[in-house]
Ligand binder design. Structure first.
Ligand code: AVJ
Length: 315
């Protein structure tokens, strides 16, 4: 784990242009900052998808093609606090659908909290938490041969390049059977004026979230990044449809990472690319799933048309 972190940080900082992987945002502090981001007025993504789960719940269930008397497994990749999914669970529960809910997450802490909360609020829903790697767990669930619905919400796929997203979805398909469904939640391409503030909020929480990556390197790899000499630098252009986050060096400087045993030079104005958050449209989604075993079944949007839950069917 720490070896991977070291290798990826070293590789990224030796690249030109420099990069650091966004998956390392999520230490304890990063998790908390992301929760703050989700509550920001500018970060519309979470609210828009919640709007779908609250107000288009029946449409979602219709697109899943499930019937109350036929058992299925509802699997969620990266369940978080389950706020959105709870809306779906409520409807399935009240209409007596027969299913188990399998939230998968790397954080056993998050899973424990979710299970507690659901047992209290929806005592009739069977919750079977699974801690670990998505694909390892899907491989074990595959043996049951039960109809499956997989949820991958929040535009989490957007942190992947389109090539990696296509591979990811292909691999999901390899762990499912014909007729199974994938609900893919994605943020849609829209005007700069709406997307840019979501990644550059007025309270500076996203800046803290981005720069926390340097703090994590300081703490875990004995680095000496001085956060006063770096700034959050986001970019988005709707023609490209990708929000990008950078950390910019505000002076000429050399940083040392003791656990790696190396120093890295940064020029004033030099940027470290830390994240992509891809935005989508129908054409892009169709292109990404073209070489997978999924067909597009339905597209369900929030009332503003900012966000979409695409329902894909495994053929
Ligand atoms: C959790 C990957 C969906 O890309 O919008 C939020 C992460 N980064 N603000 C996103 C994030 C900056 C978020 N995802």
């Amino acid at each position: 784990m720490i070896e991977n972190f070291k290798n990826e940080v070293n590789k990224g900082l030796e690249s030109n242009p420099k990069t650091l992987p966004s998956k390392y945002f999520y230490d304890k502090k990063g998790d908390a900052l992301f929760v703050e981001i989700m509550n920001l007025p500018e970060y519309y993504l979470t609210r828009c998808e919640l709007d779908i789960f609250q107000n288009k719940t029946q449409e979602l269930v219709d697109a899943f093609g499930v019937k109350p008397n036929t058992y299925f497994e509802l699997i969620e990749l990266g369940a978080g606090d389950g706020t959105k999914t709870k809306e779906l669970l409520k409807l399935l529960d009240s209409e007596n659908y027969s299913f188990d809910y399998f939230p998968i997450d790397i954080s056993s802490n998050a899973l424990g909290l979710l299970e507690q909360d659901l047992n209290k609020e929806l005592p009739n829903v069977s919750v079977q938490t699974k801690q670990g790697d998505y694909f390892e767990i899907l491989a074990t669930l595959k043996d049951s041969k039960k109809p499956k619905i997989v949820l991958f919400l929040g535009s989490n796929i957007g942190n992947m390049t389109d090539d990696l997203a296509a591979k990811f979805i292909y691999n999901l398909g390899a762990n499912l059977q014909a007729g199974d469904k994938l609900l893919l939640g994605v943020d849609l391409i829209k005007a700069n004026e709406i997307v840019r503030p979501a990644y550059n909020d007025s309270k500076g929480i996203t800046a803290k979230f981005n720069l926390n990556l340097l703090d994590r390197i300081n703490n875990e790899l004995d680095g000496d990044f001085n956060l006063n000499h770096f700034k959050h630098q986001p970019e988005y252009d709707k023609n490209e449809g990708i929000a990008k986050s950078f950390i910019e060096s505000t002076i000429d400087q050399t940083v040392e990472i003791k656990a790696i045993g190396k120093t890295y030079k940064l020029a004033e104005g030099e940027k470290i690319h830390t994240e992509i958050s891809r935005k989508y449209n129908d054409k892009l989604v169709e292109k990404i799933i073209a070489n997978t075993d999924f067909n597009l079944e339905a597209k369900i949007q929030d009332n503003k048309g900012y966000f979409a839950d695409y329902i894909l069917t495994r053929h």
